[in-house]
Ligand binder design. Structure first.
Ligand code: SF4
Ligand code: MG
Length: 335
């Protein structure tokens, strides 16, 4: 599979009244065709800012790239003008959001919203765009697409609106689909249906997917690789099995411990105590140091380098240094 995206040393900051917020700090990852990379972390970890920056949806200013590159299709998106990005958005990279109500246009039929991109990016006639719209609604599992295509978003159920948004995002056959908490607002059954749908579509179209989520349950169902973000950094990355069965970072252990499983009761779930670091004044050392039960002296002032745990797993934690004590993940983090 060929590589379609390579992000290197990406840093993004925001100017605020209280000072500069370093939201993303030296993030690196890549993505191949047909792959789904999940970026996991709590709110404020930098995962959404990272994803939005790929579409250049981060408002700049107050945001700015302070280092790094985003190579997509051989071109650096960091250097693109807003006008050039408009061409790329919707044609090569599309995004679906948590809340379809805020991203669908309530005053336009679903059919018109699908047709917009096809007419703009592919010079399709209205008639051809309409026919393609019907096909897309069928692809995303909307019943009676010939009728539904002429309806407005408010005539759809919540799950159907999410499907419609996926249809719009897929209209121009994007190489990359970014899904930011796409199922968070949906109930569990519909959530599972939407994740199945994304997987099916990926098989048919080959689209690479970046899935932003705080929910490891979603990751297990949908992703092939995982990047765990904390305090604006990727602290651990690996394939899905590695992250679930041989996690090495204490923050990943914390996320796994707070993940509901079929046989766990809500009261057994352990949320990670404490709050994320202030990114106006990020810790000099490990970003997790204030909440980590295993923190050592060295963690305070020295950022841990990545250690290669395997050919596909990398972890930034001092516990992997040969001088550190042996620490086993807690029982609650075993899945
Ligand atoms: Fe905890 Fe230190 Fe590892 Fe950070 S580097 S996760 S503080 S042990
Ligand atoms: Mg978010």
């Amino acid at each position: 599979m060929s590589k379609i995206l390579e992000v290197k040393d990406l840093s993004i900051a925001f100017d605020t009244y209280g000072g500069e917020v370093q939201a993303v700090r030296g993030v690196e990852f890549d993505l191949h065709e047909q792959e789904t990379l999940a970026i996991v972390g709590e709110s404020g970890s930098g995962k959404s800012v990272t994803a939005q920056s790929l579409m250049r949806l981060t408002p700049m200013p107050p945001g700015k790239f302070t280092s790094g590159s985003i190579m997509f299709n051989g071109e650096n998106l960091v250097d693109k003008s807003d006008k050039q990005m408009e061409e790329i958005r919707g044609r090569d990279i599309s995004m679906i959001f948590q809340d379809p109500m805020t991203s669908l246009n309530p005053t336009m039929t679903v059919g018109k919203q699908i047709a917009e991109g096809l007419i703009k990016h592919q010079n399709m006639s209205k008639k051809a765009a309409h026919n393609r719209g019907v096909e897309l609604l069928k692809l995303v599992g909307i019943p009676n697409p010939e009728t539904r295509i002429n309806q407005y978003p408010h005539q759809y159920s919540g799950g159907m609106r999410q499907r419609a948004m996926i249809a719009i995002a897929l209209a121009c056959d994007p190489k990359l689909l970014i899904a930011d908490e796409p199922t968070t607002a949906l109930d569990v059954t519909i959530q599972a249906q939407i994740l199945d749908l994304m997987r099916e579509i990926q098989k048919k179209t080959g689209t690479a997917i970046i899935l932003i989520t705080h929910d490891l349950g979603v990751v297990a169902n949908a992703a092939s690789r995982v990047a765990v973000m904390y305090g604006g950094k990727i602290v651990e990355t690996g394939n899905v099995d590695e992250i679930f069965y041989q996690p090495k970072h204490p923050y990943t252990w914390g996320l796994l411990s707070s993940m509901p499983s079929l046989d766990s009761k809500a009261e057994e779930l352990e949320a990670i105590p404490g709050s994320p670091p202030d990114l106006k004044d990020p810790p000099k050392g490990c970003p997790f140091v204030t909440r980590c039960p295993y923190a050592m002296k060295v963690c305070e002032n020295h950022m841990p380098e990545y250690t290669d745990v395997s050919a596909t797993q990398k972890t930034a934690c001092w516990l992997l240094d040969e001088r550190a004590p042996d620490v086993e993940p807690p029982q609650s983090a075993r899945v």
